[in-house]
Design a protein around this ligand. Structure first.
Ligand SMILES: [Zn+2]
Ligand SMILES: [Zn+2]
Length: 423
């Protein structure tokens, strides 16, 4: 009850001054403003800085749904006009917040880059980046006053990199545009890259909700040539000269793939409209990664690459949490067990009403014992924790590669994202 009244109070005070103004043409151009940020700090501190601004040719997001109401992500980007009316909002996550939970962050300060794409404002505006505190409440972490006519906003140069359209169902503003980018493919390996993208896409559309919403997607493959074939593998001492400088062994986890410089990724991606970026790495090794509304990354040629791709895109597109809890992932204090986490597919049972309680039949005990297998229950163990965090199903693609696709709760969460973005 205490939590409920506190939340209600915060909702009333926070929501009162905000008015929504969502007329795209009155407020935005069809270009994108790319806000290149730096997240810096250590385990206990975090600051967000503006690194640079770009004017990109395309904004690929919806022009009808400018205010993201899904309330997902550790961060959100807001655009206000000078009358303090909210024009745009989008949630996202960062690699920095994951790093903060590692051993290294206890002893070292570090900086991570990340770019946020918003539609290009027509008028002077205020852009803020909010970050959730440990209690889950958004607090302002960065405030920018933007003059869209500022001559130092760098116009992104057109590039000569070829691309291939894999699936086209409509214009970018009405569809979810998945942009696949090649990494570790030499110029003469682009035929393989395009086939890899087709294979991954076909796998994606064989699982719901993607199968049912195939017509909501566009897919393109951007053929960025690398000097060398393959990918850097630090545990083997192998370093490759690749376009996006990706490598395994992120945070000393061998299978965790990331790219060294997300700004380079954003520069390449700027030549096409997109909602989500997916880096395909030309490697046989098992690995991948996915960060909500940042990008997803996966290797092409491991026997489980398709399965890993579906899992990582679950993080990247819908902010889904990992449902596994036995792993080498050494994250500490990832969750505040005294609040309900924002991730749609896990619960601490603090406020289960807002999660999937309506889907659990009255006959199913909460929590659900492991010896009862039901399609939707409340099983203890998720997000690297054996105790205190619960998942909806005994198995799900967010838990294992053997699961038959997503559990009903994950399917519902992805469906909500599709319905919001493709409109
Ligand atoms: Zn995962
Ligand atoms: Zn699930």
């Amino acid at each position: 009850m205490r939590h409920l009244s506190l939340l209600l109070l915060i909702f009333i005070t926070a929501s009162k001054p905000i008015q929504f103004k969502t007329d795209f043409d009155a407020n935005f151009e069809s270009n994108a403003l790319r806000i290149n940020l730096a997240f810096a700090g250590n385990k206990d501190s975090q600051e967000i800085y503006l690194f640079s601004l770009n004017k990109d040719e395309f904004y690929g997001g919806s022009q009808n749904c400018l205010i993201d109401t899904l309330n997902l992500g550790t961060y959100r980007c807001n655009v206000f006009n000078l009358n303090k009316e909210l024009l745009f909002r989008r949630g996202f996550c960062s690699l920095f917040e994951e790093w903060q939970t590692t051993e290294e962050a206890k002893n070292q300060r570090k900086v991570f880059n990340q770019s946020i794409n918003i539609p290009y404002p027509k008028n002077n505006c205020i852009i803020t980046i909010d970050r959730r505190n440990f209690e889950g409440i958004f607090e302002e972490a960065l405030r920018l006053e933007i003059d869209p006519d500022n001559p130092n906003i760098a116009a992104t140069q057109a590039s000569e990199i070829p691309h291939k359209t894999i699936l086209k169902n409509g214009t970018a503003k009405n569809k979810i545009d998945l942009l696949f980018l090649s990494e570790g493919y030499k110029a003469d390996e682009m035929g393989k890259f395009v086939e890899d993208v087709k294979r991954l896409s076909n796998y994606l559309f064989s699982f719901d909700p993607y199968q049912s919403f195939r017509a909501s997607f566009n897919i393109s493959a951007l053929c960025i040539p690398s000097q060398e074939s393959g990918v850097s593998d630090p545990q083997k001492g192998e370093w490759k000269n690749t376009a996006l400088k990706s490598s395994f062994n992120t945070f000393y986890i061998d299978r965790y793939l990331q790219i060294a410089d997300p700004l380079t990724l954003a520069n390449y991606a700027s030549q096409l409209p997109y909602d989500h970026l997916i880096v395909v790495v030309n490697s046989k090794k098992y690995g991948g990664g996915g960060i909500y509304n940042h990008f997803s990354i996966v290797t092409a040629d491991h026997k489980l690459s398709e399965e890993v791709f579906l899992h990582e895109l679950g993080h990247g597109i819908a902010g889904l949490a990992d449902e596994y809890y036995t792993s080498e992932v050494p994250y500490e204090n990832y969750f505040n067990l005294n609040i309900e986490p924002w991730q749609p597919n896990i619960t601490t049972l603090i406020d289960f009403e807002q999660k999937w309680k309506h889907l659990v039949p009255d006959t199913i005990p909460i929590p659900t014992p492991n010896n009862i297998t039901v399609p939707i229950g409340v099983y203890e163990g998720a997000s690297y924790l054996k105790k205190g965090v619960y998942r909806p199903a005994f198995d799900c693609r967010m838990k294992t590669n053997e699961a038959e696709g997503f559990c009903p709760v994950c399917q519902e969460a992805i469906k909500k994202v599709i319905q919001q973005c493709a409109n």
